[in-house]
Structure formats: C-alpha cells, structure tokens
Design a protein around this ligand. Structure first.
Ligand code: PDD
Length: 285
C-alpha cells in the first residue's frame, strides 16, 4: 500500500507536506525564534481547542509576535487541517515563528510571521503499556527560566529524551535545585502523597499543560483532594503519573530504577486516565 499524501498548511496555503518548505533565513531555523502548540483530535472532536489557542496567543505575546490570525480563524484552520489528513485520531502541530529576514539577533519589526500546521496520527499507548506503566529518570533542570512559554527551543528537552532513551525509560523528569520534581521533557508530572494529588504549581519552571488543567478539573469534580505545591520523591509517594496531549494520563511506576510503591500503576492514576479518556471521547463542551 502506498503512503497517503499528507497535507500541511504553510503561510496561507494547504500543500503536500512533502513540498512544504521554509526559507533558510527563517528565524525559527536560525534562532528557534518561535512558539508552537499541539492539540489532539479524536473522531473529529478536539480536546480543549480554545485553551490550546489561548496558550498559543499567550506564548506569542510573551515573545512579541502578533498572532497572524484571529483565534476563531485559527480554530477553523485547525479543523480543516484535520479534515484534509487521513487520521481519525490526530495530533495537530501549529508552529509560529517570527518570520524570515537577514540574520540579526535583534528582530526587525517588519517581519511577517511564518505559520505552519501539520497533522499526524495521535500515538496511543497499548493497554499492555498502561498496565505496565512508564519508567522515568530524573535530572537537574538544565532549561531556561521561561518554561511557561511553549517555545520551539527544545534542545534541553531533546537531551533529556536522549538520556531517557539511553536508560531505556520513557521520560526524564526535571528536578529543581532542592530536588523537587518540576515536569518531564514533554509532560507534566503528578504524585499521590498521603492520599492527595500533588503537582508543581504553575510558574516559570513548568509549562501550564492543558491536560494538567483537565486532570486537576476532573480530580476536583470527582472529589479528590488536589494540592499544587512543590513535591519530591522522598515524601512517601504512593503513585506517580504524567500528563500531556499525546499521553493523556500515564502511570509512572519506576523512577531512577526505584519502584513507586509496588511498581504497578496506582488506582488514582488509572481512574484519572479513565476520566480523561471519557472526556476526550465525549462531545466538546
Ligand atoms: N508537550 N510540559 C512540557 C515541557 C511539554 O512540552 C508539554 C507538552 C506538557 C504537557 O502539555 P499539554 O498537556 O498541554 O500537552 C508539559 C507536547 C505534547 C509536545 O511537545 O509534543
């Protein structure tokens, strides 16, 4: 069977992904001068699309790029890129850079932003993977001090993922100088400590995950006690989990080779995963 032709959106036009190219002087290529967003779609239903586009607008504003289109126009385009590609469960990547121009650190104000959208299959962990849980390692956070911006400058995260791969685990969790678990390279992290769901508060050290918000919302709705505070692995963690658009919620059962509790996914984690998947598969609210 031949590969399906995928469609990308680049600066105002749909085109075959294969032929979609950006100028070599694009500041995204030269300086990682841009931001991005990833949104999941399941059978035509987007999960928290507005919240993703609002975060994109905030990321753009933080680096002084004007959103090239209104949020409504962007939402319409996101739906079209989904429709034009062959994945019923898709992840749509939206990337905005400051545009192309002669290389200079200080950006000319006259540049037009470059905007790219692609659609790819949404990865789905198998039920065996869920039952087994993920493994993670921890490393000192080597990233910059604006992790709340969804920047395309992801070198530290790439190095973290390489270390995770070398250690044959799924994710690297970043630790602050006091040993608190901040987040993963591309995921937010949670623990259950004394029956309470705990996650690092929103600040410059973590990305405000849209899935994180949903987890906290669902946990609250179902009467779980939730606390946003710095936490560490030495606190008697009975469950650990991570969240992201592409993972929903996944249990993390081993960290730095040590089992969390009995090394099996915890009941709160599995319950949260179920609630989240139900929210993904139910009509948009
Ligand atoms: N990553 N923290 C970081 C550093 C991330 O890169 C991500 C998302 C998250 C989770 O955010 P959300 O729930 O909004 O997806 C947390 C995406 C999936 C990516 O880079 O592909």
């Amino acid at each position: 069977m031949s590969e399906p032709i995928l469609t990308a959106w680049l600066n105002g036009q749909f085109m075959p992904l294969e032929g979609a190219v950006v100028h070599i002087e694009d500041r995204g290529f030269q300086f990682a001068d841009g931001v991005y967003e990833v949104v999941a779609c399941v059978d035509g239903r987007f999960l928290d699309l507005d919240a993703h586009l609002a975060r994109l607008e905030r990321s753009c504003a933080a680096i002084r790029i004007e959103l090239p289109l209104s949020r409504d126009a962007l939402a319409a385009l996101v739906r079209q890129i989904y429709e034009r590609n062959p994945f019923s469960r898709a992840m749509i990547y939206i990337q905005i850079t400051r545009g192309a121009g002669p290389r200079s650190h200080y950006p000319a104000t006259s540049l037009s932003p470059t905007m790219v959208m692609t659609s790819r299959a949404l990865p789905q962990p198998t039920s065996e993977r869920v039952a087994q849980g993920y493994r993670a390692i921890t490393r000192p956070d080597i990233r910059w001090k604006h992790c709340e911006i969804k920047s395309i400058a992801l070198l530290a995260s790439i190095m973290g993922k390489q270390e995770a791969h070398d250690a044959e685990v799924d994710e690297t969790f970043w630790l602050d100088e006091c040993g608190h678990v901040l987040e993963g390279c591309s995921t937010n992290t949670f623990a259950v400590i004394d029956g309470t769901l705990v996650t690092h508060p929103l600040d410059h050290q973590v990305l405000g995950g849209i899935t994180r918000d949903l987890v906290l919302r669902l946990a609250g709705q179902h009467g779980l006690t939730v606390v946003e505070r710095p936490w560490s692995l030495s606190e008697g963690v009975s469950e650990c989990m991570l969240s992201s658009t592409t993972n929903a919620v996944m249990p993390v059962c081993y960290i730095d080779g040590q089992a969390i509790a009995d090394g099996k996914p915890g009941s709160t984690t599995l319950q949260l995963r179920q609630w989240l998947i139900a929210a993904m598969e139910s009509p948009e609210t």
